[in-house]
Design a protein around this ligand. Sequence first.
Ligand code: ATP
Ligand code: ATP
Ligand code: MG
Ligand code: MG
Ligand code: MG
Ligand code: MG
Ligand code: MG
Length: 243
Amino acid sequence: GEGINKIKPEYVRSFQFENKLLPSTWIVVRIDGCHFHRFSEVHEFEKPNDEQALSLMNSCAVAVLEEFQDIVFAYGVSDEYSFVLKKDSQFYQRRASEIVSVIVSFFSSMYVRKWREFFPQRELRYPPYFDGRAVCYPSSEILQDYLAWRQVDCHINNQYNTCFWMLVKSGKSKCEAQDYLKGTQAEKKNELLKQQFGIDYSMLPIMFRQGTSVFWDKEEKIVVANDGGAVGKSAEENFCGTL
Ligand code: ATP
Ligand code: ATP
Ligand code: MG
Ligand code: MG
Ligand code: MG
Ligand code: MG
Ligand code: MG
């Protein structure tokens, strides 16, 4: 310690590294609720899909699009949301840690702020938080593949969870339900739902099966697709429509 006056700011700053995202690529920031398995239990979410919880996520995503104008598209399912920034965005000079952190913190704040609106009778027991990461996609085609991947994930998880919770609600233990479903193919799961529970999978709400797209339309209004049961397009199709 030579005294405060001797510290050179350039020297201290030199330890920070530049984490700039590749120029001229689509930046996707994906956020995901931390330990939402527990959060959803503590807050008594309806299983497998709590519609109010999904609507709260969607409402927070709308707020994110309104706040950060460089975000052109978003896709959400369960406790996750992917935000797509336009290709030529200069938001925070494309520094990853700043971009991710502002989106994650804004989303988390909104989630807490809007909680009461979606769960008027239920106390928020503890503060939820989200993690986030940024990935660059070099072309709109690859970005569409990314969106298709998230949407397939949504479908597979939803199909599994729908079967799992029907089995549990019909009296099986969680372990039994898990064993019962081990290795079953998609066809088998749809059959199971039809034959044992009289459920036609394709008739379940589209928001549960396909997730939700949020984007600006040509009239510069925000569209929330699949919320409320409208017949929807795929996430990729919705994204293409914004190009
Ligand atoms: P991690 O911290 O690693 O993300 P996690 O517990 O959040 O762990 P995820 O794989 O992100 O695990 O899964 C989120 C979980 O949150 C789901 O498995 C489900 O149990 C619950 N969940 C999220 N949204 C809803 C919803 N709308 N309705 C019912 N359950 C939900
Ligand atoms: P940026 O988004 O670039 O960080 P900023 O407006 O947050 O912009 P900072 O350089 O971080 O700017 O400065 C924070 C500002 O917030 C201060 O200049 C001051 O005006 C205000 N501020 C923060 N904490 C306090 C406080 N405890 N009391 C009064 N003012 C405060
Ligand atoms: Mg996670
Ligand atoms: Mg999670
Ligand atoms: Mg998740
Ligand atoms: Mg700052
Ligand atoms: Mg500041």
